[in-house]
Design a protein around this ligand. Sequence first.
Ligand code: ARG
Length: 581
Amino acid sequence: MRGIRSVIGDRITVAMKVMGAPEGADAMVVPASRPEFGDYQVNGIMSVAKKLGENPREFAQGVVDTVKLSDVAETVDIAGPGFINIRLRLGWLNKFVNDFSDDPRLGVDLVSESSKVVIDYSHPNLAKEMHVGHLRSTVIGDTLARILDFCGHEVIRHNHVGDWGTQFGMLIAYLDRLSKSGQDSVSELEDLEEFYQASRRLFDNDESFANIAREYVVKLQAGDEDIRAVWKRFVEASLQHCEQVYRRLDVTLRREDVRAESTYNDDLPNILEHLRKKDLLRESDGAQCVFLEEFKNKEGEITPVIVQKSDGGYLYATTDLAAIRYRSKVLGASRLLYIVDARQSLHLRQVFGVSRAAGLVQDSCSLEHHSFGTMLGNDGKPFKTRTGGTIKLMDLLREAEERAFNLVGEKNPELSESERREISKVIGTGSVKYADLSLNRTTDYVFSWDNMLSLEGNTAPYLLYSYARINSIFRRAKVTDDHLDRLSEPIILSDPTERALAVKFIQLNEVVHTVAKECFPNILCNYIYELSELFMKFYERCPVLKADDETRISRLQLCRLTSKVLKTGLGLLGIGTVRRM
Ligand code: ARG
């Protein structure tokens, strides 16, 4: 089904051309900013008129006289300096909303051509326990994966975990020492943070241990079987810990999505060879580097990308070059999304730049860094525990659930303890995720329990409460979802608030596809929030249970549609729903 916005856009464009607009002129049709303006507005008239040297209002008049929209639009009016406002026909909307109600995809089109998309997200460093610093990438990446999936793309999740590097020498030397002295290393590994600190202390204070640790790094890199086995045990324990966090966070990453840094080790010499053949390698202080014009600083000097250190060791960037080649050339992906902290912007620009220059990626492959800001505490500094330590993700999620548990208790004291537990799991995790997703990801954001758990405003509790409230209407009406979905009686839009809900339903398709393209989940959050607000307005004005039979059935179906859109939207954000709270 073609969305009505593109239908209107195409027809306006045709009319603009008839009126002399140049090739490629864009009608710029967007949902109206205010309901008084109608349902859609055309913003593209002024710039085209200017190019043609014509009076914009006159040009708009010409377009309005030419365009054929009478089958879908009730009014097509000129406003202000040359906007066109369009109001859809009620008859058209009535038909739309009834079709929408029969559509399991709620109007969201499957893409006509699916693309293969690799999403690089979460990617913690396995040396340590997952902490708040991993939250944003994990949550944003997972949402994008779900949305691209839903649109019909082939999504490949890559969890590019850090499992290589000098810290691992220290960690496995410590693990080895524990096992050899007969200590229970399994329980020691339960708290990875403790484990890291303990081995660090030893490393800093015990010279002979530090030497063993260094020796282990060399052996590990040389492929020594015994040392590798110890390393594998450590990595396994750390991955199991990540999986616990993922389960708790309701994130779709699985073991098979892990493509650790070490998987590219064998390919690193080939990458160097490739760069050499392309004549891109230069030696600088004994290191192998790539100098690209595009990385000139203000003084005109080029910042080099180091790909091999003077001691022969490879770097983070080298691994990324191998990964990018694998994704583009072996997997044949057409889009590579990197959901990575803004602080790694330069690194990724360099990796992208070298990959292009060296032909490590297909020309047509789109390389996209979707960055995000830092999570800050109330003091505006990076979010830490009171004593300045990093906050473990598991602890954060536990606290979220506890706080949600109290919230539910206040709101609805009649619920049983176990119901309250179930509900607070959804609200707790959902609040943490939603607080992150609902903001424009590019800015830093202040983590605040009070804001994210508030029942008012654009928050998870507010949205979940709206969903629960709709379900309470169904309970009072003694109808089930199934029952409502099978009704054959029509939905009849009469009140303006009902009409507004229907117009909002139309936008779901576009919103989902926009997020798939631009990778800003906050657009979907805004949409869901606006829908909830429209629903509340409808519910305040329009009696449902007390209405006459025909209206009652129609309105119950509108309630049902709203609940479906809310559930689908929240589901795409990786947030569950509850029927009461
Ligand atoms: N593991 C890295 C870190 O903790 C992030 C990896 C990002 N992905 C990538 N392909 N470089 O900083």
